[in-house]
Design a protein around this ligand. Structure first.
Ligand SMILES: C[S@@+](CC[C@H](N)C(=O)[O-])C[C@H]1O[C@@H](n2cnc3c(N)ncnc32)[C@H](O)[C@@H]1O
Length: 208
């Protein structure tokens, strides 16, 4: 879910090796183009890191070995609020039904669990939406999907949104009496270490 590559550009600047995956070949092409710059770091020891990109599905990261990744930074679609393609097979931004979207994100969570090294972190930026003038919670369902997959919740960081607008590009809040959603959640999950005693974390884990 690397999109047009913001995180990958940061990886290049921070000298981190990275692999970016997105289901949309157009997004991967844009990301490759954005990564095509030379960087004169002030750090004399800076060595341009290897940044790989490929067209793939976050539910099945077929080119990534088990327990090979140190950190996952993921920015999924918020169900169908912004369609990133026209019904491309596997594109989760075309899943309108929130329960179905949550089930697919649970598959993504399981795949993250597979590729991440034990003890390492997975950060997921995700937001909620409105339908029919009511709040539709997406974030708690995604949170539960990651806990279901066996992750421990390390942080829930609130990212404030600026310049919000409704999907119709116009805020009818005064007329209809509702708030624009002004925040997103950046969940940071930790994969348990092998054989780690989990009892003391049980309130940050799957509780149901
Ligand atoms: C919110 S955008 C990411 C934006 C990104 N932060 C950027 O800098 O452009 C969500 C991305 O998820 C991708 N996506 C949707 N379903 C996917 C899937 N099953 N596997 C991988 N990527 C997927 C979309 O193509 C879209 O680029």
């Amino acid at each position: 879910m690397a999109g047009s590559g913001t995180t990958l550009v940061e990886c290049k600047l921070l000298e981190r090796r990275a692999v970016g995956v997105d289901i949309n070949p157009d997004a991967v092409m844009v990301a490759r183009n954005r990564l095509d710059f030379s960087y004169a770091s002030l750090d004399v020891d800076y060595v341009t890191p290897e940044i790989k990109t490929y067209v793939g599905d976050a539910r099945s990261l077929d080119l990534i070995e088990p327990e090979s990744i140190d950190l996952i930074a993921m920015h999924p679609p918020y169900a169908s609020i912004i369609p990133y393609s026209h019904d491309r097979e596997g594109d989760l931004s075309s899943v309108h039904n929130i329960a179905e979207f949550a089930a697919e994100m649970r598959n993504v969570a399981q795949e993250c669990m597979r590729v991440l090294k034990p003890g390492k972190h997975c950060a997921v930026l995700i937001g909620d939406t409105r339908r029919n003038k009511h709040f539709v919670p997406i974030t708690p369902r995604v949170l539960m999907g990651f806990l279901e997959a066996g992750f421990i919740l390390r942080e829930d960081i609130i990212k404030l949104q600026w310049k919000m607008k409704s999907t119709r590009e116009k805020w009818f809040g005064k007329k209809y009496d509702f708030y624009l959603i002004g925040h997103e959640h950046l969940y940071v999950f930790r994969k348990p270490e092998a054989g780690e005693r989990m009892t003391k974390f049980k309130e940050s884990m799957k509780w149901w």
